[in-house]
Design a protein around this ligand. Structure first.
Ligand code: G6P
Length: 606
């Protein structure tokens, strides 16, 4: 949700900033802007629209500055427009600021600054920041003291990179509840919201914690806490390859990421599970502790929440612990029953989703142990949780999540086995489940062969107004995810229902030729599921089935076969034809698959 970058070194900053913004466009793409310092003056170029427009506009200016900051926006306060784009300047043009987050008390701050003679030209919350810094600067504080004082007045969330024309050799960066990392090169530093922005330039990153302030010049970086005491920070090496942030011949990141799934699942498994052993780095829970747990909450947003729903049954059946799955944005406002006997799991691909982080903080306050499941090492959620475990999906760039979901379901299934083993629960199913998990990468490769079939099917569906998904048991969460994929990137209205629930209301929506996609992977539920499908066929629906079962009826419009596996992990396979379907429908409609309208990959506001 908004991407910010910065550069200080000896090279021209403009192309480096633009490159970083292109790599962060998944965080927002309705306007973009940059600032450099040229001849002791702040240059600023900004525009409504995508980074490409900024690239063209800024190339015409021939900027030579070797220090700069830039921003790609996902609008919250103030519609996308040139004037609302970042960077924002103070009234005296001394400070230039890019911001990710929301300043919740901006109205009060604006009133205070208005009363001191400051004027505002945008509708953003951000514009108060450079003016507040200037307010403190004008009282005799230097750059860093002015930033520190201003940030103490800010309520809400922020990651900031700031230029000051009177101290033209440095960038000051700070954060609270929004991510910020600083990559170190040879006599140069790269600031960004997330590591993929500059993986091509460096693998070594500092991760800022809340209220840290970094002062960055070409040859030096110093870190300070809230009170401006110097602190030291360790540098972390990120082992993601450069290729992982390129399309590598694929038309879109989403398609590349769909096809990366055999590997991302293999990597996730190989870091945790061998034939007879589960070992999860960073996690050491005792039998005594797990025996005290009487409830597990799995909390997340969007696709990550669907991964939680997919493993609820496994945690309950294998570990015999009641397991609830909740939306992070709802969880914290419903006063959930949490105490030291509750274990809370938080799933977040990015590790930066504000709702999920806030829900984690709530559990900590109530003395529950917390485990973060993330794809990004060093991300905010992993620094808040008691324990952090990682999917090894590699960077996911497309806004619609694919490989992160299948890696999450895989890792959470392994986590459930880990709990059962620590608890010394005797269950003959565990051995075969492990074997089935180990076979997932080759079965995913097998499922991907349905691509041509699915592409053909998409030609029949791309102009539909509504498409419904149904499933029973484990197939219900998988159908929720299939439906979410479709609506996210094709803009076709879609909903998913539990198959048995259809007759209690949603069946009223079925008209002649309404497409209904059913997932059927549970042997024990086949007959019941088929009866539900027949009920809608009778009412005119076009029935499409994704199944690993042999079906005897033959009045279905289309059946897509997938390999059989242990039912607990079948969503890893059944979701893949649905990811492909969403992709091809979106392509046929001529839409931007990787950057769907109104969405952002990492939602760092609540
Ligand atoms: C956004 C994205 C979704 C994602 C959700 C949770 O809404 O558009 O694709 O599932 O955030 O993201 P997280 O990074 O916490 O898994």
């Amino acid at each position: 949700m908004c991407g910010i970058v910065g550069y200080v070194g000896s090279k021209k900053a403009q192309p480096i900033l633009i490159k970083g913004l292109f790599n962060l466009e998944y965080r927002g793409y309705d306007s973009a802007g940059l600032s450099t310092i040229e001849n002791d003056d702040i240059e600023i170029i900004k525009t409504k629209g995508r980074v490409n427009s900024l690239k063209e506009k800024s190339e015409n200016k021939n900027l030579n500055g070797t220090i700069g900051i830039a921003h790609t926006r996902w609008a919250t306060h103030g519609k996308p427009s040139d004037v609302n784009s970042h960077p924002h300047l103070d009234n005296s043009n001394t400070f230039s600021v890019v911001h990710n987050g929301i300043i919740e008390n901006y109205t009060e701050l604006k009133e205070m600054l208005n009363s001191k003679g400051y004027n505002f030209s945008s509708q953003t919350d951000t514009e108060v920041i450079p003016n507040l810094i200037h307010y403190y600067y004008s009282k005799g504080n230097d750059f860093i003291h002015a930033v520190s004082l201003a940030s103490k007045d800010l309520k809400g969330s922020y990651a900031l990179s700031i230029l000051c024309k009177n101290e033209p050799d440095k960038i000051i960066a700070t954060r609270k509840d929004s991510p910020l990392v600083i990559g170190e090169g040879q006599s140069e530093f790269f600031i960004s919201s997330d590591t993929p922005a500059y993986l091509n330039e460096t693998k070594n990153f500092y991760f800022l914690d809340d209220n840290d302030i970094a002062v960055i010049t070409k040859n030096n970086i110093d870190f300070y806490n809230n009170n401006l005491d110097k602190i030291s920070k360790n540098i972390k090496t990120i082992d993601w390859s450069q290729d992982s942030v390129q399309k590598n011949g694929y038309e879109d990141f989403m398609l590349k990421e769909i096809y990366e799934q055999p590997n991302s699942i293999r990597e996730t498994i190989s870091s945790t599970l061998t034939q007879d052993k589960v070992e999860i780095e960073g996690l050491k829970l005792s039998k005594e502790y797990l025996k005290t747990i009487n409830r597990i909450y799995i909390v997340a947003c969007g696709t990550a929440m669907h991964a939680g729903l997919a493993v609820k049954k496994l945690f309950e059946n294998l570990c015999k612990i009641q397991t609830e799955v909740d939306l992070a944005s709802e969880f914290r406002y419903r006063d959930p029953l949490i105490d030291e006997k509750t274990l809370c799991l938080y799933i977040s691909q990015s590790g930066e989703t504000a709702d999920t982080i806030a829900a984690l903080k709530l559990a900590k306050q109530k003395n529950s142990k917390t485990i973060a499941i993330s794809n990004v090492i060093g991300s905010s959620i992993t620094r808040e949780a008691d324990y952090s475990i990682y999917t090894h999906a590699g960077p996911e760039i497309a806004v619609a999540s694919t490989k992160a979901y299948t890696a999450q379901v895989t890792l959470l299934s392994i986590l459930a086995i880990y709990f059962a083993e620590v608890l010394e629960i005797e269950n003959p199913q565990i051995k075969s489940l492990k074997q089935d998990i180990l076979e997932l990468p080759s079965k995913v490769t097998e499922v991907l062969k349905v691509n041509d079939e699915v592409k053909e099917l998409s030609k029949e569906l791309y102009d539909k107004k509504d498409i419904f998904f149904i499933g029973r048991g484990i197939d219900y969460p998988a159908s929720l995810e299939g439906s979410l994929k479709l609506k996210e990137i094709s803009y076709i209205h879609s909903d998913a229902y539990a198959s048995g629930e259809l007759k209690h209301g949603p069946i009223a929506l079925i008209e002649n030729n309404t497409p209904l996609i059913s997932i059927i992977t549970d042997k024990k539920l086949v007959e019941k599921s088929i009866s539900n499908v027949q009920e809608v066929i009778t009412r005119g629906a076009t029935s499409i089935i994704i199944t690993n079962q042999k079906l005897v009826e033959n009045n279905f419009h289309k059946i897509i076969h997938i390999p059989e596996t242990n039912n607990y992990i079948s969503p890893v396979l059944s979701v893949i034809p649905l990811q492909l379907l969403a992709y091809h429908v979106s392509k046929l409609k001529g839409l931007d698959v990787d950057k769907p309208r109104n969405l952002a990959k990492s939602v760092t506001v609540e």
